[in-house]
Design a protein around this ligand. Structure first.
Ligand code: F6P
Length: 332
């Protein structure tokens, strides 16, 4: 058997560890692996490269993806899909591992429907794929955010000024607040703003006015840091200091948790294909690897609002002007 492997969509730290696991597990099972560069775009262009254990020897700790990735509008057309199918057949690739997010999984499901054996591995910092508890890259992205807020708090708590100081930090998450909610809880940010829950700007601003410093965490999908900073300035008259973390969250060394996750999912993906499986992705359910149906188009995982509200409760309780009013108004 010949297995193809590609990374698609936005890169995520830990994708290299997943490629490595696919290659090493395939070698262990006596199966050949062909790397496909630049995701579906490279598949259409025939950018194939045989991969063996020596090719993946030193990549487990490297961020990004050495196979490169793209977002491919051409592959989304019927003609593109046909072309991809015939490229795989010509190359003798009977099975494909697709490492990416929900857009990449839609492509994977279409190829599976044409009779190619396909398995997905969830690689996205957004952790927005329904079914799995987590995705490759999320832990690394959250670690970057939490470390940044720890750093900002060092200066926020040190420099005492006549007027309150406000720090607004923007994190990724185009549509959802998973990174913000998780990081808000882990960092003890004073306020977390996510697209799923309307922000009570009035309460936030009156709290800002009464605190020596406030660190506000905002998801890009909730309007972003600049809009929030402008609003604070208009209401309170204080110029917030803004940090937009952007792609710092997506690059860099994957955490041990992401490397282990990627390795477990890569191994399971190869074994799934070798037992004739297709049309599913490997995810984590109650801590165990499981084969999960590809999500329907447009369906995203719900952000864990329990974590969000806990972050808000605890942040509120820790502020010097603490009153229980806000805590009492939010769901338990
Ligand atoms: O999908 C991951 C993600 O990092 C989103 O959170 C973010 O909105 C987007 O990618 C940024 O993509 P680009 O690299 O195209 O700016």
């Amino acid at each position: 058997m010949r297995i193809g492997v590609l990374t698609s969509g936005g890169d995520a730290p830990g994708m290299n560890a997943a490629i490595r696991a696919v290659v090493l597990q395939a070698a262990r099972r006596g199966v050949e692996v062909i790397g496909i560069r630049r995701g579906y775009e490279g598949l259409l262009a025939g950018e194939f490269c045989p991969l063996g254990p020596a090719d993946v020897r030193d990549i487990i700790g490297k961020g990004g993806t050495f196979l490169k990735c793209t977002r491919s509008p051409r592959f989304r057309t019927e003609a593109g899909l046909e072309e991809a199918h015939s490229r795989l057949q010509k190359e003798g690739i009977e099975a494909l591992v697709v490492i990416g997010g929900d857009g990449s999984f839609r492509g994977a499901a279409r190829l599976a429907a044409l009779g190619i054996q396909v398995v997905g591995i969830p690689g996205t910092i957004d952790n927005d794929i329904p079914g799995t508890e987590t995705t490759i890259g999320f832990d690394t992205a959250v670690s970057v955010v939490v470390e940044t807020i720890d750093r900002i708090k060092d200066t926020a708590t040190s420099l005492v000024t006549a007027e309150p100081r406000v720090f607004v930090v923007e994190v990724m998450g185009r549509d959802l607040g998973a990174i913000a909610a998780y990081s808000g809880l882990a960092s003890g940010a004073d306020w977390t703003i996510i697209p799923e829950v309307p922000c009570d700007l009035g309460t936030m601003c009156s709290s800002i006015e009464r605190s020596q410093y406030s660190v506000i965490l905002v998801a890009e999908g909730a309007g972003g840091a600049l809009a929030v900073a402008q609003e604070i300035k208009a209401r309170v008259g204080i110029e917030p200091r803004v940090s937009i973390l952007g792609h710092l969250q997506r690059g860099g060394v994957p955490t041990p948790a992401d490397r282990v996750l990627a390795t477990r999912l890569g191994v399971a993906a190869v074994d799934f294909l070798l037992t004739g499986g297709s049309g599913k992705y490997m995810g984590i359910v109650r801590g165990e690897v499981q084969a999960i149906d590809f999500p329907a188009e447009g369906v995203k995982k719900d952000t864990d609002l329990g974590l969000y509200w806990l972050a808000m409760h605890f942040a509120s309780a820790g502020r010097p002007e603490h009153t229980l009013t806000y805590c009492l108004n939010v769901p338990a």
